[in-house]
Ligand binder design. Structure first.
Ligand SMILES: NC(=O)c1ccc[n+]([C@@H]2O[C@H](COP(=O)([O-])OP(=O)(O)OC[C@H]3O[C@@H](n4cnc5c(N)ncnc54)[C@H](OP(=O)(O)O)[C@@H]3O)[C@@H](O)[C@H]2O)c1
Length: 398
């Protein structure tokens, strides 16, 4: 009896027997990145289709005709882009390099089977081809505002973008390529990341002339890395360091609006192809004014310490000097990020003649009110203590 039980459990655990019927449907890979030519050769007829075919009422269960590979989907902006793609019935391929947890939150955003996480290695061309093979749209949201021991600004922000554009062109069926860049990206910027982003724009347009470049201003939203960081710093130290005198002009934008602009550029008749859009919020703030908004929302008394730029650079330098010299990883920079301090030395606003949100039919939200309401979690006494921000915002503020 026991012998027969052992035999049957062994046969159940025999992987090759369990997997072989599946292999006929999904030929499985042995490379570890899910790459397999037969499986990933695109069967979608997209060439010469003019614009993307849409079927159904436009909801989550319709067919938008878009099969999008979203590089950088595991990041802050990525979740909003995936959500908006999925809710109009698109299939979204999510390349990820980290743990299985990095994309878990995205799976629920679409119908069953519509969000497809695929492990890849950004330095392995074959694995990039594999995650792109079934797609007809590629979005590159990869970016990082600090360097690590493994990845330089140039590799992440420029090299990877160029490689994706080359592979997308070779693919032949990629109808749209969207490259996320930064407002202020220029070859003369004092910031290395912004110079790398400018180089990426040039390379992407050279390799894939129909690509659309979205130059986003600093993003604000629930998981942002500006207001959250400031609020956390204030809760810990009871003051906020203001780089320079806080008079640098910026044009922060609500993350959902940037995601909406990306989707709008996919849905249009192709007029966005080969164009560069500058996406800034409806209001220009000085850094000081934005900090005031943060203090107002978290209901803390505004206390600032003005840090002149040369001092801020000195405070931020040790990490940059030590990064490649010590045999262990250093903590990621927070408020004192040398490259971002350099970027903050000049105003970053949408230029007058640029294509903007209005050219895509998107009306960006004002930041005061709902887009920054997540900050109430930093309030003393809890978020529900007293009136909420939206209650205090008047109709004209929306
Ligand atoms: N956040 C802003 O305020 C802001 C403003 C203007 C423009 N942008 C641009 O908008 C895009 C999205 O920004 P975000 O805030 O969503 O960025 P994020 O949260 O930092 O996410 C960046 C994404 O890039 C991926 N990535 C980073 N380094 C990588 C590497 N070495 N190899 C492969 N993948 C890598 C990350 O993957 P992992 O999850 O595996 O790390 C993540 O999916 C970026 O291009 C950024 O430059 C952002």
């Amino acid at each position: 009896m026991q012998a027969s039980l052992r035999r049957s459990s062994r046969s159940l655990l025999d992987h090759s027997r369990v997997i072989s019927p599946l292999k006929s449907i999904y030929p499985l890979s042995s490379s570890g990145y899910g790459f397999d030519h037969r499986r990933y050769v695109s069967t979608i007829d997209v060439k010469g289709a003019g614009h993307l075919v849409r079927k159904g009422t436009g909801g989550r269960s319709s067919v938008s005709g878009i099969v999008a590979t979203v590089f950088g989907a595991t990041g802050f902006l990525g979740r909003y882009v995936v959500q908006q793609l999925a809710k109009m019935g698109s299939q979204v391929l999510v390349p990820f390099r980290g743990s299985e947890d990095s994309h878990r939150h995205l799976k629920l955003m679409g119908d069953l089977g519509q969000i497809v996480p695929m492990k890849y290695n950004p330095r392995d061309e074959d694995s990039i081809k594999a995650v792109m093979a079934k797609a007809n749209v590629v979005l590159n949201l990869i970016g990082r505002e600090y360097e690590t021991r493994n990845f330089s600004f140039e590799e992440v922000n420029h090299g990877m973008a160029e490689q994706l554009a080359v592979i997308a062109k070779e693919h032949g069926g990629i109808m749209r390529f969207i490259q996320l860049s930064c407002l202020g990206a220029s070859s003369s910027s004092p910031s290395r990341m912004l110079r790398a982003k400018a180089a990426a724009e040039e390379s992407v347009l050279r390799e894939f002339p129909e690509a659309t470049i979205m130059k986003s201003a600093i993003l604000v939203g629930t998981e942002d890395r500006i207001l959250n960081r400031w609020a956390q710093f204030v809760k810990k130290w009871s003051f906020l360091p203001l780089m320079g005198d806080g008079s640098t002009k910026i044009q922060p934008v609500y993350v959902v609006d940037v995601a909406a602009a990306i989707i709008a550029s996919l849905k249009d008749d192709g007029t966005g192809m080969g164009k560069i859009y500058e996406l800034g919020g409806p209001d220009v703030f000085t850094v000081h004014e934005l900090a005031e908004l943060m203090f107002d929302t978290i209901r803390e008394w505004p206390r600032y310490v003005k840090v002149p730029f040369p001092i801020a650079r000195i405070l931020a330098s040790p990490r940059e000097v030590l990064l490649k010299k010590v045999p262990f990883p250093l903590p990621n920079p927070d408020i004192f990020n040398l490259d971002q301090i350099n970027a903050l030395a000049t105003d970053t606003v949408v230029s007058e003649n640029a294509l903007k949100f209005s050219d895509l039919g998107v009306v960006p939200h004002k930041l005061k009110g709902y887009p920054t309401e997540y900050l109430i979690s930093y309030r003393k006494g809890g978020p529900a203590f007293g009136s909420t921000v939206s209650e205090r915002v008047t109709g004209s503020d929306f």
